[in-house]
Design a protein around this ligand. Sequence first.
Ligand SMILES: Cc1cc2nc3c(=O)[nH]c(=O)nc-3n(C[C@H](O)[C@H](O)[C@H](O)COP(=O)(O)O)c2cc1C
Length: 277
Amino acid sequence: MKITFDDARNRKSVRTFEDKAISPEIKEKLISFIKGNNKGPFGNKIRFELIDLTGAGAEELKQLASYGNIRGPKYFMAGAVKKTPEAVLDYGYLMEGNILAAQSLGIGTVWVGGTFSRAGFMEKLGAGPDEFVPAVVPAGYAAKVRDISDTGTRLFVGADTRKPWKDIFFDGSNDKHLDEAAAGKYKLPLESLRLSPSASNKQPWRIIKEGEKFHLFLERTPGYRSEEKADMQLMDTGIAMCNFDIAAKEEGLRGEWKAGGNFAGKEGWEHIATRGE
Ligand SMILES: Cc1cc2nc3c(=O)[nH]c(=O)nc-3n(C[C@H](O)[C@H](O)[C@H](O)COP(=O)(O)O)c2cc1C
């Protein structure tokens, strides 16, 4: 399956689903993609499932698929991982690939990392005691008209806007902005990263370009981290890496993300990974 920058650009969260089964052919393609998309850049192997609740009883639907602002989800993409930071990064990276694959097949999705039945999904996935489910992704055909709670969520988090280049991309060091001209052939991958979804649309990723290398940092939103949830903003950076890679691949730009290294960003920024050859 070919996933492109256009898929990243066209994706928007879908929270109002049509009451319609995914066609068998599309479902087959999606399952085959998510089963093969199982090795993250930080070494974790993740088994993703497409959970189909079209035949589920009222009790199961109530337990797994009832959300204040998401209407009528009948399918979920989900997986379980070890409780390590690298596993959360890999989960973000790989699941975003699944989301873009769904997008290219005409299937709408939304990341859900806030409130969902962790225990219910753990059971569905047959997860082990040392594993957890960082987030789940409802999937299906988008309804023609958005529910008011969907529109409300979008307005509340400002879902249709993204930070401008100058706030998140830097050239050589944190005091010099990177503009589109200076990005050269990396313009598309950076734009793809900028359009990434993030929890509450906080867009906590920052990039410093150093020649052909890209240092990715996390600037946390104060007070956002919560003990009950997975580390959402760390997951956001995994998601961003995937969006960069999709466009880089399309542009024929080789390279991969590596954790570690000690490139200094800015006070308060956490260095997450660097992409280079
Ligand atoms: C890690 C993560 C967790 C999220 N959790 C939720 C959630 O619990 N509920 C929800 O309605 N949206 C959730 N979202 C969706 C974001 O609000 C959405 O991606 C963002 O507002 C940008 O809008 P867009 O996806 O339409 O571009 C989450 C997104 C990410 C990346």
